[in-house]
Structures are given as structure tokens and as C-alpha cells.
Design a binder for this molecule. Structure first.
Ligand code: KG4
Ligand code: ZN
Length: 374
């Protein structure tokens, strides 16, 4: 890896000129193809957030190559952490002592080689600085993204969590308290975007490529299926992907724009319909979006209209906070540190970890957690 590979390192949302509130957390995220570090303070303010995307590295292969991702994290993480500390106005390792009060890192779910790089680095820094380590669940991190931008939330929220590997509708009864209302029975929404983009030859990552292609298309050109739209809260996207493939084979002259727009509309319709049904049924005090697919412009606009119509507040993380970043990991880590305590340094990376769901009405802080502790 050459120095030029460090060029994509870019700050997002530098901290406001307000003195940092304790505790200061360094967050590290390396679960997939973004190498990210961020500093978040006790007031929930993002002091720095640096994301180095590996998109160019994996684009040639049409998707993430796990071994390449792990190696890239290894070369990128140290400079990314240094940049995040620097942009937060903090010294690195120095005689002045630890620059932060704790170090949080994603420990799962994700690619094992990628997770190990971030988790090991975080444990090493925590040990060297003599501060607590906090192992964070990546899906829980996504749920904290909207909380960074919105302080005065009413509960419960219905959260639509749509990422590359997961699609879930959750009841969030408070920070750290989740109940599963529905989930995909096959492909995740992001996976459907990625597969359809690959089929159309639009490149990787698929979501932004589909959104760009769809901008000039007719969302009504193809009547793609809205699976199980009127029953239950579970989701299914594999039939939609097959319908796109069949339609393109039957209509070889169809434009990518029309196919992409019709596909995107089908995904948006079903996500809005199911999430709003969950929100009115609960009933929820608001709706929150999380995960990479929540960066999708038409999805955000459709939710704004639906929540407006239902009289429900909509909590949208910024687009940068929807896709993988370390500020959300630091925010989840701060909550966890305060309410559940630090994680043992022996906490393993768990590639298949699920979101820690409530096992009793009192919540995770009060009962044995579903979180695996090593
Ligand atoms: O949360 P995320 O960044 O990483 C995971 O935890 O998986 O989500 C990545 C997923 C990918 O499938 C990507 O195609 C999708 O989010 N995505 C989008 C958009 N930006 C990213 N999907 C639709 N529209 C977008 N603008
Ligand atoms: Zn993610």
C-alpha cells in the first residue's frame, strides 16, 4: 500500500468550537470496507469523524474482497486514528497522558479479518493509555447515528435499519433497548441494490449507483412486485431482484434509468409502507432511519412525506452518518460504558453477532444481556 492510498482520508463534520465535555471517546470502525475513526464527547458532540473508503480498491472486483479489506484496514487505520485525534485537537500518545477517556470499536457483525484489525488496535490503545475498552455491536452503532443529531427524542421510536447485510424494523424503547418487529426473510435491502446494480453493470457500491441512474428514469416504467406489502412486518427482496432480471431479459431495449427508477421505487414503497404500519401499530412517538440505504434520497423524501402525513416526527441521520462511520460507534460506546460498563480485553470479534435485543421489559441494563461477552 503506497502513501497515495491514504489520499481518500477526509474529515467529515469537524467538531464545533465548544470545549469538549467528558468523557471523550475514540471510536474505531473497520467491520467492512470503510476504515473509520472518530472522537465524540460526553455531550454527544462529534469532535472529528474520519472515513477512508476502500471503494476504489474493491470496485474492480464488483464487491468487497474480505482479504483485501483486512489488509487495507491494517495500513489505513493508524493514520486514520491519528487524523481523527488531530482534527479533534487532541495530542496522540504523549507524556500528557491518554488523549481520550475510553476507546470503543466495532466487534461484530462484519468480516472477521476486518473486525480483528479495528478491535485489536482499540484494545492495544486502551491498554497503552490505561483507559477502558468498549466492544460495540455495529448494528447498535447504526441505531445511535440519529441520536447524534437529535437530542430530545421521545420514545418508543420505530427504527428502520437497512444496511448491506441487514434489514430490520425495530421498536427502540430507549438507547440500548431494541425489540425486533420485522426483518428480511432473504436479501437485505442494500444487498438487493448491490445485486441489481451489478446485474445492470452500474458498478459497486450499488446503492449510490442505482440512485444516480434512477435520477433520469421513470419509476412507473415497470410494475415490480412489492413483496408481502399488505401482510406483517417482515420483508423480502429476492423476488424483486429476480423480477428485475426477468424484465430486462424480456425488454432488452429498456433503459437502465427506467429499470433502476422502477426498482428503487419498489424498495422505497415497501420500506415506507411496512415501517409506517409498524409505527402506527405500536404506536411510536417517532420514526428513525439507520444504515447505508437510509442515505438514499428518494427513500428519505418518501419517509418525510409519510411521517408528515401521519403527524410523526422523523429522525434522519445525515447521509454521512447513515453509511459506516466511527462517530456512531463512539456514541454507542459512550452509552454502553455508562450503563453496562467496559468490555473485557478478551472480548472476541464476532462476525455473526446479532443486535442485542431486550430479553425482558426492564431492558438490557437491568437483566442479563443477549450481548456475547468474551
Ligand atoms: O451501513 P452500510 O454502510 O454498511 C453495512 O453495514 O452494510 O450499508 C451499505 C449498504 C450497501 O448495500 C450500499 O449499496 C447501500 O448501503 N447504500 C445505498 C446508498 N448508499 C449506500 N443504498 C441506496 N441508496 C444509497 N444512496
Ligand atoms: Zn453498517
Amino acid at each position: 500500500m503506497t502513501r497515495t492510498d491514504l489520499a481518500p482520508v477526509a474529515p467529515t463534520e469537524p467538531g464545533a468550537p465548544v470545549p469538549p465535555a467528558a468523557p471523550l471517546l475514540l471510536g474505531i470502525e473497520t467491520s467492512c470496507d470503510e476504515t473509520a475513526a472518530a472522537v465524540v464527547d460526553g455531550g454527544g458532540r462529534v469532535r472529528s469523524s474520519v472515513v477512508s473508503s476502500q471503494v476504489d480498491l474493491h470496485a474492480a472486483y464488483g464487491g468487497v474482497v474480505p482479504e483485501l479489506a483486512g489488509r487495507a484496514h491494517l495500513s489505513l487505520l493508524t493514520p486514520v486514528v491519528a487524523t481523527a485525534l488531530e482534527q479533534a485537537g487532541l495530542p496522540g500518545a504523549s507524556a500528557a497522558g491518554a488523549p481520550v477517556d475510553a476507546v470503543a470499536a466495532t466487534v461484530g457483525p462484519g468480516l472477521i479479518g476486518a473486525l480483528l484489525v479495528g478491535a485489536s488496535q482499540a484494545k492495544g490503545l486502551a491498554l497503552a493509555w490505561d483507559v477502558p475498552f468498549v466492544g460495540v455491536n455495529h448494528l447498535e452503532g447504526h441505531c445511535f447515528a440519529a441520536l447524534l443529531d437529535h437530542r430530545d427524542l421521545a420514545w418508543p421510536l420505530v427504527v428502520l435499519l437497512v444496511s448491506g447485510g441487514h434489514s430490520m424494523i425495530l421498536a427502540m424503547d430507549g438507547p440500548g433497548r431494541y425489540r425486533l418487529l420485522g426483518q428480511t426473510l432473504d436479501d437485505a435491502a442494500g444487498e438487493a441494490f448491490d445485486k441489481v446494480a451489478r446485474f445492470l453493470g452500474l458498478g459497486y457500491p450499488g446503492g449510490p449507483a442505482i440512485e444516480r441512474a434512477a435520477a433520469g428514469g421513470d419509476p412507473g416504467a415497470f410494475a415490480f412486485p412489492r413483496a408481502m406489502a399488505d401482510s406483517g412486518l417482515d420483508l423480502s427482496f429476492s423476488g424483486l431482484k429476480t423480477a428485475v432480471v426477468n424484465a430486462v431479459r424480456r425488454h432488452p431495449d429498456a433503459t437502465d434509468a427506467d429499470v433502476a427508477a422502477s426498482f428503487q421505487q419498489a424498495v422505497v414503497d415497501v420500506l415506507v409502507r411496512k415501517t409506517m404500519r409498524a409505527a402506527t401499530g405500536l404506536p411510536a412517538a417517532g420514526v428513525c432511519l439507520a444504515g447505508g440505504v437510509a442515505a438514499n434520497g428518494p427513500l428519505r423524501a418518501a419517509f418525510a412525506a409519510a411521517c408528515d402525513g401521519a403527524g410523526l416526527p422523523l429522525y434522519l441521520p445525515s447521509r454521512a452518518m447513515c453509511t459506516d462511520n466511527a462517530a456512531m460507534v463512539a456514541a454507542a460506546g459512550a452509552w454502553q460504558l455508562e450503563h453496562l460498563g467496559p468490555s473485557p480485553l478478551g472480548t472476541p470479534a464476532d462476525p455473526g453477532a446479532g443486535l442485542p435485543l431486550d430479553v425482558a421489559p426492564a431492558g438490557r441494563g437491568a437483566v442479563a444481556s443477549t450481548r456475547p461477552v468474551g
